[in-house]
Design a protein around this ligand. Sequence first.
Ligand code: SAM
Ligand code: SF4
Length: 329
Amino acid sequence: MNQVDYLRISILDRCNFRCQYCMPEGEKLKYILGEELLTTTEIVTLLKQIFIPLGFSKFRLTGGEPLLHPGVVNLVREIASLPETEDLSLSTNGFLLADLARDLYDAGLRRINISLDSLNPQTFDKIIGNRGRSLWQQTWQGIEAAYEVGFDPLKLNVVVIPGINDREILDLAALSIDRNWHVRFIEFMPIGNMNLFQDRAWISSEELRQQIKGKWGLVESKIKGNGPADVFKIPSAKGTIGFISQMSECFCDRCNRLRLSADGWLRPCLLNQDNQIDLKTPLRQGLNREQLQEKVKGLLAIKPEINFKQRESGTSGSSYHRTMSQIGG
Ligand code: SAM
Ligand code: SF4
């Protein structure tokens, strides 16, 4: 069993997009507001008092859309400057990145994952639920700004939805040829929008891999922060192509992560909310460092069992009470 040393930290659950696969259709989401949110100081305190002493050294800031958080650059600076931080990364939809890429880099961020589900502005707007002026161009500018500033690795995440963006697989894969961009295809999961999932289902990584291999050939590769992705490259390409196959493959035995929600709940597994624990209340009530650590140790002790239990019941189609934007994808 892997050492659990990676914490994904959702810093807010709000988002400026409403991606079809992430948010439920038509339903109004209830957002975590004001005092319910962990402050950036509380997040850093939790890292220093609990997670780092328990061996955590890899952190990812996510959301919702983390770049909507006014304190994101300062938080990056604080976490990047902790001597125990081995790896810090951030997931974003890229829309606000053109303005923030330089500040984030200067604050110490080096790794970034940007969602990009389509190269076609109309398809892109359809996926992100935008009916006004196209938001594709500004998102693309965000990706280019991150590249120019020097983020490395720069990963582009694509959730593949049958009949919506699956015709663009080769165009998206081709983004890895001329630049060291790392394109990662993620299998669509039954979380967030169950109606869409039931209508469209999902395409396996293997099918995508064969498509790309048929066009250019693929060789195995590696990249920093591989995580659960299987990584390949088109021969002589500068970047790589990764496949995240959480639907068709079980990588629970490789899972090294916990997830902290924006309101301070710690989850042992993406699919599990029964065993999550509240860290915000005891922190605010003044529980000492040892007492807080004991709570997390308890969760770590049951994590291996939960991983597989959730896997068996989780991906078979039961409904999840929170979306990826709420849990922190
Ligand atoms: N807003 C940021 C973004 O879009 O990258 C960060 C948060 S988002 C919840 C993190 C990741 O979760 C994105 O790569 C997104 O594509 C993925 N995601 C959301 N819903 C998903 C689903 N139903 N299946 C697979 N991936 C999903
Ligand atoms: Fe927002 Fe990211 Fe979810 Fe899209 S995937 S709705 S950008 S949180």
